[in-house]
Design a protein around this ligand. Sequence first.
Ligand code: UDP
Length: 235
Amino acid sequence: MKYKRILLKLSGEALMGDKQYGIDSDRVLQYAKDIKAVFDTGIEIAVVIGGGNIFRGLSAEKAGMDRVQADYMGMLATVINSMALQDALEKLDIKTRLMTAIKMEQICEPFIRRRAVRHLEKRRIVIFGAGTGNPYFTTDTCASLRAIEVNADVVLKGTRVDGIYTADPEKDPTATKFDEITFQEVYEKGLNVMDKTAFTLCQENNLPIIVFDMNKPGNFMRISQGEAIGTLVRG
Ligand code: UDP
């Protein structure tokens, strides 16, 4: 087994499936099944989900809303997504805990690092909701931060594209994919992997990131077994 403990980051938009907004329950169930398959191999899994399918602070600010207020709404959106994934995982008989950076005692536990680690050791999937609990941050930063805090071996960023390209492959047909790239090269080439705060956290703590296509069946399993698909970013 290549990894003992992984942190999976999913964007909120990934949960939309083919819809324009909100949560596609078939897609969530599919993700839950993919996660279960990997979990059953013995790997410990923590998950961070974004909120972009429901609410994005920055877009709301552009529409005239106070940024901090909007960011808190974005954080609440991530809790809704986290609860949807928790429900789907529990339908598959997996023990889970949802821990949030903003206290919501009736529905989840507050994030306490030692408890999170304990849950993982006890073979529970831990979902980290409400981002970092701070405005002006993103769930990518939450993913990097929590991964470092719980000592994960890698951040797996599941997206709709199958890795990091020289340019946006949806706009530039000549764009080519990197199989592997260093943190430094990402900076030098000005590539967009995660926001800068999230990315710097990984670099400074030497935490590798793998960007991969989560929607291709079997990909998550292949990655977690150490197969070289997607793009690996390392020190
Ligand atoms: N957010 C925040 N602090 C955090 C994490 C998230 O303020 O630590 C807010 C921010 O407004 C963001 C929204 O929550 O736009 C949804 O998160 P994100 O955009 O990272 O979701 P994704 O793009 O992954 O769906």
